[in-house]
Design a protein around this ligand. Structure first.
Ligand code: HEC
Length: 125
């Protein structure tokens, strides 16, 4: 009897856990989208975890999200922080960090925003 109760309880806990896993699917994980607040406002894309690990301890991620730079621009910002602000050597992670930054926070003309689709053209008079 006791064994039965325990196994019933374990199944109950397991089903709660599974229900909870299912509900996390409501987040939009498409490229170019901000997933949820665990990304601290950063766009969810390959490399975001490295950026969170390396770029969030001295200042907020808003320093990133409010900037738009080319790859060379991001690289020189990183070199500047390394030379003057004690930013560490990013090692082999630097390449992916630079790709992430330059693709998601590019100068707006070359950013990833999709072209507008205009369905109703109208004539100017
Ligand atoms: C060791 C501390 C430290 C780390 C780690 C760090 N930064 Fe910084 N960063 C700074 C400081 C200090 C400033 C200047 C703050 C100010 O101007 O008040 C700064 C400024 C910036 C700026 C603004 C530059 C400008 O021209 O205004 C950007 C963008 C930036 N950081 C991005 C990053 C990125 C990307 C990373 C991860 C690769 C990173 N930071 C990691 C210390 C750091």
């Amino acid at each position: 009897m006791r064994g039965l109760l325990i196994s019933w309880f374990l199944q109950f806990v397991l089903s709660l856990f599974l229900l909870n896993c299912g509900s996390s699917k409501k987040y939009n994980t498409k490229k170019g989208h901000v997933k949820d607040n665990t990304m601290l406002g950063l766009i969810d894309d390959e490399g975001v975890q490295l950026v969170l690990q390396n770029c969030n301890s001295c200042h907020s991620t808003q320093f990133i999200t409010q900037n738009r730079m080319t790859k060379a621009g991001w690289k020189s910002t990183i070199r500047w922080m390394q030379a003057t602000q004690n930013l560490w050597d990013l090692g082999e992670d630097e390449a992916l960090i630079l790709t992430y930054l330059s693709e998601n926070y590019a100068p707006s003309a070359t950013g990833r925003r999709q072209s507008l689709v205009v369905e109703d053209w109208y004539t100017l008079e």
